[in-house]
Design a binder for this molecule. Structure first.
Ligand code: ADP
Length: 378
């Protein structure tokens, strides 16, 4: 019984019925209260013309006329009430069908999505863009938006598993192949082969570390202690960390610290991590004899950091994807350098966590690259 009463259609019918009952009660009360005086007034009006036939007000004839008239009015109100209840029933059926159709559709679609069919969507009226959607259409729109986000997340999850599997496979295959060759005596047990195994396990280790860091920044599971930081501190710390590696490779390294720059509001460690990543990449993708320049300038309420190199450059078609995880322009070259294609994705997350932006410009292969990112001034 309570299940039946809980149905939306029944609730709509009951609400209509209550209104009908209320109207009938008010009508009956108003009629019974006003009927005697109204009747007398009309009788008085008719008295002059029909006086002889009807007799004086208060006579037996008049009283019987009043009783019959009241019975007729009651009967008419009863019939009207029954018709109104019937109309309420039909109206509630029509309205509840209208209301319930999209709700039913959403229930079915949500069940399909729960079963893993992420492409399912609630059908929307074709003219929804032109007309103002009602609350139910808005609910259906939001529902479809949520389904779209779920689908995207699911695709990203699948893509991530595929990417990780792919990344793990190469070093594992090399380690396994080399070890089998060593065990079978096909490969000589020399330093070169042991180095190869060591190098690949090192790559695996780095990949796992990068993935852990990526998952941490993607889920926001890290603390961001934003404090005023001097731009010169960030730039000189990067120079100190990488100076020796630049020297070893024979790449010029210039850090330009302009005077009078305002402090930025940043987590010093995280901002340094971004700069180190960009300056490290610049070193990796610039041949010896090249030049890398790091500088900063104020643009409005932000400080724009710039890492410019004279290295191998990046073809135009790769620029939009560079900050996507596992994306590498030249897979073999980057892999040889130990790159997993995660560094820039992490840098992007960290910069955006500071309400900054990160982007890259390059005239193409051989033309060098310039990476920019911004941090808000205090
Ligand atoms: P990786 O660990 O492979 O370097 P990143 O996310 O840091 O991963 O970089 C993604 C890709 O962007 C690199 O594989 C490389 O192809 C390209 N790239 C990054 N920095 C530079 C640069 N300064 N010059 C040329 N290519 C670059």
């Amino acid at each position: 019984m309570s299940r039946f009463l809980n149905r939306l259609g029944v609730k709509i019918f009951i609400s209509y019925l209550l209104i009908v009952l209320l109207v009938v009660i008010v009508l009956a009360l108003a009629v019974s209260l006003s009927l005697p005086s109204v009747f007398e007034r009309h009788m008085a009006g008719m008295g002059s013309s029909m006086g002889a036939m009807m007799g004086r007000p208060g006579s037996i004839m008049t009283q019987s006329l009043f009783t019959n008239f009241r019975a007729a009015v009651r009967e008419a109100i009863t019939v009207a009430a029954l018709v109104a209840v019937g109309a309420a029933l039909i109206a509630s059926l029509v309205v509840s069908r209208q209301v319930l159709r999209p709700v039913h559709a959403m229930t079915l679609v949500s069940q399909r999505i729960a079963q893993g069919h992420y492409t399912e969507r609630v059908p929307l009226p074709g003219d929804i863009q032109e007309t103002h959607p009602d609350e139910l259409a808005q609910l259906a729109l939001s529902f479809n938006q949520m389904a779209g986000n779920l689908e995207q997340t699911e695709n990203m999850r699948r893509q991530l598993i595929g990417d990780i599997t792919h990344e793990l496979r190469t070093p594992l295959t090399i380690i396994k192949g080399t070890m089998e060759g060593l065990l079978d005596g096909v490969l000589p047990p020399n330093e070169e082969n042991y180095q190869l195994v060591h190098q690949e396990s090192d790559r695996l280790q780095r990949l796992v570390d990068d993935l852990q860091e990526l998952s941490r920044v993607e889920s926001g599971a890290y603390d961001l202690h934003r404090l005023p930081v001097a731009v010169s501190d960030l730039l000189t710390a990067t120079r100190r960390r990488l100076e020796r590696q630049y020297e070893e490779k024979g790449v010029g390294f210039q850090v330009i610290v302009p005077a009078g720059l305002p402090a930025v509001l940043a987590d010093e460690d995280r901002a340094s991590q971004v700069l180190l990543n960009l300056a490290g990449n610049a070193l990796q993708y610039t041949p010896s004899g090249g030049q890398v320049t790091i500088s900063a300038r104020q643009v409005g309420r932000e400080v724009e950091f710039k890492v410019q190199d004279t290295g191998i450059g990046i073809p135009q078609e790769h620029l939009p994807n560079l900050f996507t995880r596992f994306y590498r322009v030249d897979k073999s070259r980057s892999r040889a350098g130990g790159g997993s294609g995660i560094g820039l994705t992490i840098a992007k997350h960290l910069v955006e966590a500071h309400q900054g932006r990160i982007w890259v410009e390059s005239p193409g292969t051989g033309g060098g690259s310039t990476f920019y990112f911004t941090l808000p001034v205090v």
